[in-house]
Design a protein. Structure first.
Length: 146
């Protein structure tokens, strides 16, 4: 089974004056730490909620020209047994590159294979159309189109 895992990271930034600047620097800093090994991880702004009211706060907290930014890191983990297994893999892979940055798993979504695509793949494997088996290019092009 394949899973999409969203992990929240608290990224510290220094010498910033606004929340927007802190977010831009945090995204850039995180991208540098993840690339080139994990260039498939999507980085986006996180969200914070006020504990006393239902208002949504900015993703960055600034004090004394230093900030702490909430970012969401999303990656797909393939061939796992359970969703907890996917969460452990995502935290380990991201955590190796983001040293001293706390991570928390926010969401785990199981990605289901489209049943029609699975049936089509099985059918195409078992069909024999009488064409020459040495011809590999048409099958390769079909895989790319998917």
């Amino acid at each position: 089974m394949d899973c999409r895992v969203v992990v929240e990271a608290a990224v510290p930034v220094y010498d910033v004056s606004t929340a927007d600047e802190a977010v831009r620097i945090a995204i850039s800093k995180t991208g540098e730490m993840l690339n080139p090994d994990l260039n498939y991880v999507e980085i986006s702004m996180g969200s914070r909620d006020c504990p006393h009211c239902a208002d949504e706060l900015e993703p960055a907290f600034i004090a004394a020209d230093e900030g702490l930014v909430a970012l969401e890191l999303e990656m797909t983990v393939f061939n796992v047994e359970r969703d907890e297994h996917a969460a452990r893999i995502a935290r380990k892979e991201i955590g190796k590159r983001l040293k001293n940055i706390p991570l928390e798993v926010l969401e785990i979504e199981v990605l289901e294979e489209d049943e029609e695509e699975a049936e089509a793949a099985e059918t195409s494997e078992t069909d024999s159309d009488g064409e020459d088996d040495d011809e590999v290019l048409p099958e390769f092009e079909e895989l790319i189109d998917e």
